[in-house]
Design a protein around this ligand. Structure first.
Ligand code: AVJ
Ligand code: FE
Length: 421
């Protein structure tokens, strides 16, 4: 249950230096008011750690309806009669107290599928942590100029040269049957991946600035047709939050302040379209999700849960957990590389893949359709690896994130691949 406590401690740390106004405001049509996320996390826990396990309800259908993500688009949640910040925090605390008390009477060996292997604690902890990453993205979109979180120091290592690594093809274990794996990771299965080359590091701000300076955003040759139509229509000429400087060069806005753009950090805040265009300009392409997992897990049957092996992430292996409020420079974590020399797969920035989001053969929605299945199809692209804002509990080779190809307010970057033929 440490994961539940850790998630709640992070939530309280994140809210510490935010006022009432910032918690109830709509900072972007793409995001909920932060106070909605807080009460939604509590309501999810009430539904799954309390009511689904037979505990008495603390609230009723009216509260469920307010915090039902599929019922209200993010842009209009601010118009609902939401709980106030104080009420939302009290609700979250009451639910947590009740669920810990209720769980003391239950056993993980029970026949209840939600409890098997402690699945439902893992689900609730991962859900809360994913919303904390969403809140971090909301704070990046908030334009109150002076808001600056206290951030842990990040490593500033020497240069890491980008290069391609040849990865022999073969059988790859995709997905996971681990007790806390989501339904969209199941069932674990084997797929075949052909030989390919993969970049040793994610594409950096410095690399990406070369594409921008070369006129990459003005040249239709590099873009998927819908992507080019999108940059034209929106007048997009560089990643989100980059600030072109009059004399040339770049600064960027991070939360409430501006700073020089660090060339050695992985590029963040690019859409799938921008990642896809850069890759084509570079004579490469985005890796498929299966190739990404091939790189991270190695070939079956000796597959790893994490790029370095089966032990959970340590601080010298990846930037995770949110407290740095930004990624580390590429190459910062030699201890986090794969045995074949692929760096930075976990943490720092999500990596866009070429793949759309769908269920594996034998997929069964569990415990509810609206977590994964409602998003299957060709509208979304899969992102892998987690970002600096992802909690360790939701970071593993098999974890699948997804978003629309034009979204770039999330902490997303990418790396390139190339056919070996
Ligand atoms: C997996 C990040 C796309 O935020 O929409 C949170 C996670 N699902 N509550 C999202 C999620 C339900 C989901 N993503
Ligand atoms: Fe949710």
């Amino acid at each position: 249950m440490a994961e539940l406590t850790e998630a709640r401690a992070r939530l309280l740390r994140m809210l510490e230096r935010l006022g009432e106004a910032e918690l109830v405001a709509q900072h972007s049509p793409l995001m909920s008011p932060i106070v909605w996320d807080v009460a939604h996390v509590a309501n999810h826990e009430e539904q799954w750690l309390l009511r689904a396990l037979g505990a008495p309800a603390l609230t009723g259908p009216d509260v469920d309806a307010l915090y039902d993500a599929l019922r209200h688009p993010r842009a209009t949640r601010v118009l609902l009669p939401l709980l106030s910040p104080a009420q939302a925090l009290t609700y979250a605390a009451r639910v947590r107290e009740a669920s810990l008390a209720w769980l003391r009477g239950l056993s993980e060996d029970s026949d209840e599928p939600l409890l098997r292997g402690g699945f439902v604690y893992g689900m609730v902890a991962q859900h809360e942590q994913q919303h904390l990453e969403t809140i971090a993205a909301t704070l990046q979109l908030m334009t109150a100029r002076d808001w600056r979180p206290t951030a842990l120091a990040r490593p500033r290592p020497g240069r890491a040269a980008q290069h391609e690594v040849f990865l022999p093809g073969g059988p790859v274990r995709l997905g996971s049957d681990a007790p806390w794996a989501y339904d969209n990771e199941r069932p674990a299965h084997t797929a075949h991946v052909a030989d390919f080359f993969l970049d040793s590091h994610p594409v950096t701000n410095g690399d990406y600035a070369v594409f921008v300076a070369a006129g990459g955003y003005e040249d239709a040759r590099w873009w998927a047709p819908e992507g080019f139509a999108w940059v034209r229509q929106e007048g997009i000429r560089h990643p989100l939050f980059w600030l072109p400087q009059p004399g040339g060069g770049w600064r960027r806005r991070r939360f409430g302040w501006e700073e020089p753009l660090p060339p050695d950090e992985p590029v963040q805040h690019v859409s799938w379209y921008e990642a896809d265009a850069y890759a084509r300009w570079a004579g490469k392409r985005l890796p498929t999700e299966a190739e990404w997992e091939r790189a991270a897990s190695g070939l079956a049957p000796s597959s790893r849960a994490f790029p370095w092996g089966d032990s959970p992430p340590r601080a010298d292996q990846a930037t995770l957990g949110g407290d740095t409020w930004g990624p580390s420079p590429v190459g910062a974590f030699p201890a986090g590389s794969t045995p074949e020399g692929i760096f930075g797969l976990l943490g720092d920035v999500w990596e866009w893949t070429a793949s759309t989001f769908g269920g594996y053969l034998g997929f069964q929605a569990f415990p509810y359709r609206e977590y994964s299945e409602a998003f299957f199809g060709t509208d979304y692209r899969v992102l892998k690896g987690g970002s600096w804002a992802t909690a360790p509990v939701a970071a593993r080779n098999s974890f699948r994130n997804w978003d629309y190809p034009l979204r770039r307010h999330i902490f997303a970057g990418f790396r390139c691949a190339r056919d070996a033929r």
